[in-house]
Design a protein around this ligand. Structure first.
Ligand code: HEC
Length: 127
């Protein structure tokens, strides 16, 4: 192998390792929501049917990574968890909007706000 070949092999390995590390690294996105976003109240918190609607959305959009009942899975941490229970609804909403892309949590900003709040309501009803 010539020098250039060795160099690019080296680079490839380094990039591969970086990706594996990113996957293992937990970025604690809930604690990264800016104060103003975290303080937003959930307009759907006490609305009848919101948790049920959120559950359907959760099953469709989230359960593949976070488990059918939020217990966590190979691709995502538990969301039926003390961390989520103790996080302000606004912080969860913020994470759904922004994701935690480097750690593998996608953004759900393509869902209408109402649906994202319904999912927040469902997550808060777990535990
Ligand atoms: C492709 C896999 C994947 C999908 C789909 C996904 N998530 Fe995640 N989610 C993750 C990963 C990975 C993390 C960890 C992010 C980190 O540590 O920075 C995460 C983190 C979270 C967190 C923060 C949990 C904590 O303890 O820090 C919440 C809340 C969450 N996801 C909710 C959802 C909801 C609700 C949906 C569906 C609308 C969803 N996720 C869809 C992979 C996914």
């Amino acid at each position: 192998m010539n020098k250039l070949g060795k160099l690019s092999l080296c680079l490839c390995l380094a990039v591969g390792q970086g990706t594996a590390q990113a996957r293992d690294r937990r970025l604690e996105p809930l604690s990264q929501a800016p104060g103003k976003a975290a303080q937003r109240g959930n307009p759907y918190a006490s609305q009848p049917g919101a948790a049920g609607a959120g559950q359907k959305l959760y099953e469709r959009e989230c359960s593949g990574c976070h488990g059918t009942a939020g217990q966590g899975g190979r691709r995502g941490p538990a969301v039926a968890s003390p961390t989520v229970a103790q996080s302000p609804p606004g912080a969860i909403f913020w994470v759904l909007r922004n994701g935690s892309l480097r750690a593998g949590m996608p953004s759900f900003s393509h869902l209408p706000e109402a649906q994202r709040w319904q999912i927040v309501t469902y997550l808060k009803s777990l535990q």
